[in-house]
Design a protein around this ligand. Sequence first.
Ligand SMILES: *Cc1c(COP(=O)(O)O)cnc(C)c1O
Length: 365
Amino acid sequence: MTSFAQPQFKIISSTHPVSAEKRTEILNNPGFGKYFSDHMAAIDWTRDEGWHDARIVPYGPLQLDPAASVLHYAQEIFEGLKAYRHQDGSIWTFRPEMNAARFQHSADRLALPQLPTQLFIESIRALIGVDAAWIPSQPDTCGYIRPFMIANESFLGVRPAQRAAYYVILSPAGSYFGKGMAPVSIWLSTDYSRAGRGGTGEAKCGGNYASSLVPQQEATANGCSQVLFLDAEEHKYLEELGGMNIFLVRKDGTLLTPQLSGSILRGVTRDSIIQLAHGLGMKVEERRITIDEWRDGVNSGDISEVFACGTAAVVAPVNMLKGKGFTCGDEQAPAGKITLALHKMLTDIQYGRAQDKHGWMQRLA
Ligand SMILES: *Cc1c(COP(=O)(O)O)cnc(C)c1O
């Protein structure tokens, strides 16, 4: 068994990398999640051997036994973070130890093995080490890093798998908003819940996303780009979107966001925004927020801005909430001042344009 005191990734280089010309073409218009770099990181785990065989291998299809547990019982977790290229060409990532800790928390909930923080971060570093050329350099572009873990024991019995595999793939990503930050409309889901008490809402697992697709379709059918879920018990309190946390801004500048309830994902962006707001002397209330408070607040003018946040979009302004039989907000309203300011503060740190006073950035290459 390999010791990971000093993680060592064996590197098997791709014999068929994408040509420099084709890669440049991709990096000029990468979109999101469509193209992948030449390599991926992989580490295997078995109950007897623990984590072993850390390696960087050519990107390509996985071989899975048809009885692999992930295919039947969805024993899977993932993470999402970004690699930012700074002006001087260096490549950095943002608070990766928080993603590592969340990955461990998700692993616990899904009865998967814990990947040590150092191994999580080194796997990303090793992949970026070989595929640095895949990180674009145009403003607000990045490399999207997707670590994930699957149970791959060939066994149809229902119990935690005794084999698992961890991978990291890397996808160049364009600027999320293209030109300017266009606010989005949000659909209030009243027929579906995302997570209930004691469920997997606080874990970043594929199953949560599978169950959010139908309500997401309903949102799209109603002209909205995202869906807002309420608590499963009373259908009264804001929880979050399918893949983003939510903030309301009061006209006195106070930020309101649902408290972590056990069924809300602990967003790294959410936590960073709370810290930035505190640093600006703003008040932040983490508490239960009813849907009526949102609606009445927007109607009375007491709630002046709403935004969603997550790694992919960083901050997404929301100007409209729609639900069965009601709408609230103004579809023409531009992004709010505080929303824009927080987006700028965070992205300036991430892209190395502002001083990183919190020590959030880690250099990858
Ligand atoms: C990943 C995710 C978020 C955002 O988390 P970040 O760490 O900020 O990217 C929010 N909600 C859900 C359900 C998520 O899966």
